[in-house]
Design a protein around this ligand. Structure first.
Ligand code: HC1
Ligand code: SF4
Length: 562
């Protein structure tokens, strides 16, 4: 242990504790901008400077450790002036057009400038025009980049993709696509982890709200909207609503105020996916056992992009079942259009997703299933632009019949959820009796790579669950070198799954992801329906339209060749 003082408070901390961590332990706030615990602790922005007695220059708190006898001060005149100067330097290379920035009100740089009382800018900005293809789902506004390196570190160390890097030299040094390429020339999977970890508005999604509202206003168009499992865990965060209040049913009420015609739930089509994917697994199992190669889930487009670009030799191991988002669109424009008695062309299908890659996925099948994807952040902005008082909304029901989903469909949004849902139904399909709903809960948890073995009707099923792309790569290497053998593998590109998706509210608190996961498992626990194969709307859909899982019609509409 080492002993020191911070602002006169005596502290005793473990060897190697940074000044920042030590200060937080005793409730002393030191502002940060580039700091990201265990990912980016490099003192790049120099906002966390503090004074240490006996040292001429201020030191950065995030990457300097407490030493025996240190006398640390976090709020001296020198500290405040240095911080202010450092933030002004950052602002001199930033366009600070806050009024038109998607991150206004939720931007660390903006709040720091306010907190440090910066009201005048002494430096002229010399920014070059931003060149970026704004039709791409991920947008970089380099005039807002503060070179904090968070995107570089997240992409390198958490996702292992190396899309971003420091480029150019001298005063033109900046962060951009590595090797001065176009983003389209990289293997970017559109996981969006750089976006949720960007402290300012340098990274964002393409905004599709305008296109969606055009459809809402067009009287000839029927707008059908689906709400993804993970959106219900997070849509209220930007409004400061509690998790208990910001339910999916209150979001339904908000969307009705905007004018959407039908509001449904992606958990319906998550159940449908389980029926198709579970049946596919059982059909492919003899071949899986023989080849020693697993079937992979295919509902995460970030993961599908990854395998297509990095391990193309294994693309045929992906399940051919479309993702719940895409199945929802396909069912809406066939079965449901028929039910409504309208031409499918009149339906505009919108998905509310925690994900950036879903904006890409909806174009894969020539864009015929889903017309537009909005991230959770776009949903928040859309509600705000209608001045809807979300705090006053009463819960409203989803529309019928595509608004009915099971708890198994809900947990899709957390890593391991797809696997658990599939195992619940695979068990039933094999044994014709239900397992305990929580029998497969050992695949839960935010660990990056989990494995389990189950015996279903005498057959051993070896499964693995991975989240984050660096874990996906480790797993693929283990499979490729024969060090690991599984029958069925779930991979989600984002660490923790969709609850931590690239389209979710900005990640400004480490506990957010764990809390979102609790919400989903809590919703599953209290759902009357815990099994996808018991979803009455799914059963009706098979009865009226598809016949049975893997039928000719199901193959035609609910499956895709990758
Ligand atoms: Fe997901 Fe999925 S769980 S991929 O994370 O399979 O985006 O929430 O909607 O499609 O259901 C995302 C979430 C989502 C699909 C489902
Ligand atoms: Fe999108 Fe979810 Fe995959 Fe992340 S884990 S890329 S949010 S589908």
């Amino acid at each position: 242990m080492v002993n020191a003082t911070i602002n006169g408070i005596a502290i005793s901390v473990e060897d190697g504790t940074t000044i920042l961590e030590a200060a937080r332990k005793v409730g002393v706030e030191i502002p940060t901008l580039c700091y990201l615990k265990e990912v980016n602790e490099i003192g790049a922005c120099r906002v966390c400077v503090v004074e240490v007695e006996g040292q001429d220059r201020c030191v950065t708190a995030c990457n300097n450790v407490v030493q025996e006898g240190m006398v640390i001060r976090t709020n001296t005149r020198k500290v405040r002036t240095t911080r202010k100067t450092n933030v002004k330097f950052i602002l001199s290379q930033h366009d600070y057009e806050c009024a038109s920035c998607v991150r206004s009100g939720n931007c660390t740089l903006q709040s720091l400038a306010n907190e440090l009382n910066i009201s005048e800018m002494p430096y002229d900005s010399i920014l070059e025009k931003n060149k970026w293809d704004k039709t791409f789902p991920l947008i970089r506004e380099n005039n807002k980049c503060i070179k904090c390196m968070r995107c570089v570190q997240i992409c390198d160390n958490v996702q292992g993709m190396h899309v971003w890097d420091v480029v150019n030299t001298g005063s033109r040094t900046t962060v951009n696509v590595a090797k001065n390429r176009l983003i389209q020339e990289t293997n970017c999977t559109l996981c969006g982890q750089c976006v949720v970890n960007c402290p300012v508005g340098a990274l964002r999604e393409r905004d599709d709200v305008g296109r969606v509202l055009d459809a809402v206003e067009d009287e000839n168009i029927i707008t059908v909207v689906q709400i993804a499992p993970a959106v219900r865990t997070a849509w209220g965060e930007g409004f400061g609503l509690s998790k208990d209040f910001a339910t999916a049913k209150r979001l339904v009420a908000g969307l009705r105020r905007i004018g959407f015609d039908y509001i449904f739930d992606t958990t319906f089509s998550a159940d449908l996916t389980i029926m198709e994917e579970g049946s596919e697994l059982l059909e492919r199992l003899p071949e899986i056992k023989e080849s020693g190669l697993p079937m992979f889930t295919s509902c995460c487009p970030g993961w599908v992009n990854f395998i297509k670009k990095e391990y193309p030799q294994y693309v045929d191991r992906l399940s051919t079942a479309k993702s719940p988002q895409q199945m929802f669109g396909a069912v809406t424009k066939s079965y449901y259009a028929e039910k409504l008695g309208v031409e499918p062309e009149r339906i505009f299908c919108v998905s509310l997703m925690p994900c950036l890659a879903k904006k890409d996925e909806c174009t894969w099948d020539n864009g015929k299933d889903v017309d537009a994807v909005l991230t959770t952040r776009e949903v928040e902005r859309m509600l705000k632009s209608f001045f809807i008082k979300v705090q006053e909304l009463e819960e409203e029901e989803f529309d019928d019949p595509l608004g009915v989903g099971s708890g198994a469909g809900v947990i899709f949004g957390a890593t391991g959820g797809v696997m658990e849902a599939a195992l619940r139904s695979a068990y039933y399909l094999v044994n014709k009796t239900n397992p305990e709903p929580d029998a497969f809960q050992c695949v839960r948890g935010l660990d990056g790579w989990k494995e389990a073995k189950f015996t279903i009707n005498g057959n051993i099923l070896k499964v693995a669950v991975a989240s984050s792309l660096s874990n996906a790569r480790k797993l693929m290497e283990a499979i490729a070198t024969g060090k690991a053998h599984y029958d069925f593998v779930e991979v989600m590109a984002c660490p923790g799954g969709c609850i931590n998706g690239g389209g979710q509210p900005i990640k400004d608190d480490d506990n957010k992801v764990a809390n979102r996961s609790k919400v989903l498992y809590g919703l599953d626990k209290v759902n009357n329906l815990r099994f996808s194969h018991e979803n009455p709307s799914v059963m009706q859909c098979y009865k009226d339209y598809f016949g049975e899982p893997l039928s000719h019609k199901a193959h035609e509409l609910l499956h895709i060749s990758h």
